[in-house]
Design a protein around this ligand. Structure first.
Ligand code: NOJ
Length: 727
């Protein structure tokens, strides 16, 4: 009789009951929860990799097919493609309660259409295009059965040795908040009646790893945590993000996987209602951290702190039942997490149709479409930073004889960068391909000159000879795709191998050399910075890399990007960042005792945050600043005085002169991109919300008040205008 009732109830639930019911998600989740055994509940808290292209060390072997059919797995990662996800989902449909699986994936900068790496996108300062990029990435993922993407990565980073700076928004929390909002809105926008769950990661302060070594210890003040690292995560919650992923690191002795303080902020201060997933194996790693006595205690600590899903450490599946039996945790704790997961699955419509996200037809139409590539090209052009342009060498006009030199001149895989979903099928347009296509009648020579790494100079002569013969040289240098990313910390940020030497030889023989630097982080290239006539910083630009570079080189697009991270001059300066404090004895340029300078190296970086040139020039007139109880208003007349149409990034920085705690010397608090045709002007208005000036003081949040200096600058160092304000 009991069994009969169960079948009837399941029929009601999955055939028409759920589709038509008007009951709230919560009530619906409750009714499913009531049917579940403890084992089935624990299964929902378990996420496993599909074993295809694992993105972490595989800890367990075993038959996943049986585990899915037994309801022992609630979500999977690294399963992709409509066919695969459909098949795996069909296994879940053979489980007792037919609870659909969630499929999660690291769609970090695009699914099949690869966009510039997130740090490059941040350089665009163009939040509307970033939103569009997220929307397209979501559209492609949605077509192939993915419900959940592990992005945006919101780790504000001050240390370029850390390889994961490539995945993030750069060094400034205000820019990071704007990016967080755009990405969440773009990813989670409903498309074809479907929507993705985005995931804010890595919660928190992962980038503050000591020495820039991945996964390393983090020891920071409460103020640094609250004022620098947490704001983008709060912005993601405000934008309605569905999920969070915790970070691998500890903060001040407590790993993020069980850091109650973090989850208190997330759930109680920010009222986050979504789900939290651990990072890969991070719950079990609390034993190695020396925090948990064993994996059983790790499971107890993580779940009690608020981590709902265990990704690939199997601590929940191995120990939660035992922890309930010995009364170390209450089953209501498990119910709470399971209910949140069920609510997400219900909201995605998976109980109505578990296969609604796997659609081979949409997969063909929506992936790598011409429209998607157009978005990739637009984003790539907007991500390129012009660092140097002696005698206005750029944009180029000459097209008769071009030499492309350097190991990155024709490397499709490197153009995609790290963290690409379909890395085995690189399709990025290289510089060589783009130049040949653009100028079919020109002579285009390509010589590698040297490899990215290594000490073989046997190809130098050929490169020098090609450079001598050409009207113009495009010199493509930098990191290979696998030199930035997870576990890719570097202790030397100079260009690898012989590349800088090669550059020096080329500059000697051809003064019309454009240097294109590519990589996932700020690098150190002092000789190039001094000797090169023109430098474009191109990061890793993705599918449309070559086309974007040639558009900028030949002036179809005026470079509008600005650096989202400070570029050091010397390794010994790291960490070096613009939003630092003053100290009582700030460094001074003159030699002498008792200032905060180095005695053996310069203390100033190579390029500052917000730096970047344009082909045209802008003049700022009639600047006026006023304020009321809610905001500061800045008005000005901006004129494009140069010879090209172009985009200026107006940057507003504030400094709080004194207060309950000291403040950074400058903090970005407003920016706006203004496109102006040449020889035209526009009146513009920027607002700075006073709420954006609030800060965490000695032990609580403080609102804006007191004495400030406001700066309007072309970058964080070059001030056009400054005024004092009393708020
Ligand atoms: C570990 C990485 O830290 C995280 O960013 C990623 O989402 C997971 N692996 C899953 O691949």
């Amino acid at each position: 009789m009991k069994k009969l009732f169960l079948y009837w109830f399941l029929f009601f639930l999955f055939s028409n009951g759920y589709a038509q019911t008007t009951r709230s998600l919560e009530q619906r989740a409750d009714s499913i929860l009531r049917l579940m055994t403890l084992d089935e509940k624990i299964g929902q808290l378990n996420m496993e990799t599909g074993n295809w292209d694992a993105t972490g060390p595989i800890l367990k072997s075993g038959d996943k097919i049986i585990a899915i059919k037994n309801g022992e797995i609630g979500s999977m990662l690294n399963v992709k493609g409509a066919k695969n996800t459909r098949y795996i989902q069909s296994l879940a449909m053979q489980s007792r309660l037919k609870i659909p699986l969630l499929f999660g994936l690291d769609v970090i900068h695009g699914y099949k259409t690869v966009f510039p790496i997130p740090l490059a996108q941040a350089a665009s300062f163009d939040t509307a295009t970033i939103r569009k990029v997220a929307e397209v990435a979501a559209k492609e993922a949605l077509a192939s059965g993915i419900h959940w993407i592990f992005s945006p990565m919101l780790d504000v980073a001050h240390d370029p040795r850390w390889g994961r700076v490539m995945e993030g928004p750069g060094e400034d929390p205000f820019l990071a908040c704007a990016i967080a909002k755009s990405m969440v809105e773009g990813y989670q926008k409903p498309q074809h009646g479907l929507h993705l769950m985005a995931c804010a990661k890595h919660f928190a302060a992962y980038s503050a790893a000591i020495g820039g070594r991945d996964y390393n210890t983090v020891d920071i003040s409460e103020q640094t945590l609250q004022n620098l690292y947490l704001p983008p995560f709060k912005a993601a919650v405000k934008a309605g993000i569905s999920s969070f992923m915790c970070s691998f690191n500890e903060i001040n002795g407590v790993p993020s996987s069980a850091n109650r303080k973090l989850y208190d902020i997330l759930y109680n201060d920010w009222h986050f209602k979504g789900i939290v997933v651990s990072d890969w194996g991070s719950i079990g790693e609390m034993v190695t951290h020396g925090y948990s006595k064993d994996r059983q205690q790790a499971a107890q600590q993580a779940l009690s702190a608020g981590v709902d899903i265990d990704m690939e450490s199997y601590c929940y599946t191995d120990f939660l039942k035992k922890l309930i039996q010995n009364k170390s945790i209450d089953e209501s704790l498990i119910d709470h997490s399971v209910k949140k997961i069920l609510m997400q699955k219900l909201a995605l419509g998976l109980f109505d149709d578990p296969y609604r996200y796997c659609n081979e037809k949409r997969e063909k139409e929506d992936i790598l479409s011409p429209e998607n590539k157009a978005v990739a090209l637009n984003m790539a052009r907007k991500s390129i930073v012009l660092l140097k342009n002696t005698n206005n060498l750029l944009p180029l006009k000459t097209v008769r004889h071009i030499a492309i030199i350097g190991p990155l001149g024709n490397s499709s895989r490197d153009m995609d960068g790290n963290w690409v979903v379909l890395s085995n099928q690189p399709i990025a347009v290289t510089l060589l391909e783009a130049v040949k296509k653009r100028f079919p009648d020109a002579t285009v020579d390509y010589v590698k000159g040297c490899e990215i790494q290594g000490s073989d100079r046997s190809n130098f002569e050929a490169a020098i000879s090609a450079a001598k013969k050409a009207d113009v040289v495009l010199l493509a240098l930098g990191e290979s795709w696998d030199m930035s990313g997870e576990a890719k910390s570097r202790g030397k940020l100079t260009l690898p191998g012989l590349q800088e030497e090669l550059a020096t030889e080329i500059y000697k023989v051809n003064p019309h050399t454009i240097t294109l630097l590519m990589g996932g982080r700020p690098m150190i290239f002092n000789k190039i910075a001094k000797q090169a006539p023109a430098i474009l910083y191109c990061w890793w630009l993705g599918t449309e890399a070559g086309n974007a570079m040639t558009d900028v080189i030949w002036g179809n697009y005026d470079p509008s990007a600005r650096l989202p991270m400070t570029f050091p001059k010397e390794m010994g300066q790291i960490p070096v960042f613009y939003n630092h404090k003053n100290s009582g004895r700030p460094p001074v340029d003159v030699k002498g005792n008792y200032s905060g300078r180095y005695i053996d190296i310069d203390y100033k970086p190579r390029y500052v945050f917000g730096y970047g040139l344009s082909y045209t020039a802008f003049r700022y007139d009639n600047i006026k600043v006023s304020h009321d109880k809610d905001s500061i208003t800045v008005t000005m007349e901006l004129t494009n005085t140069g010879n090209y149409d172009g985009t200026e990034l107006v940057q507003i920085y504030l400094h709080k002169k004194w207060g309950e705690i000291t403040s950074p010397v400058k903090e970005l608090k407003g920016f706006q991109q203004i496109f102006l045709k040449k020889e035209t002007s526009r009146l513009i208005t920027l607002k700075v919300a006073l709420s954006d000036l609030s800060y965490y003081g000695v032990n609580s949040w403080r609102s804006a008040s007191g004495d400030y200096t406001l700066f309007i600058g072309k970058n964080s160092d070059d001030t056009i205008y400054q005024t004092d304000l009393q708020l």
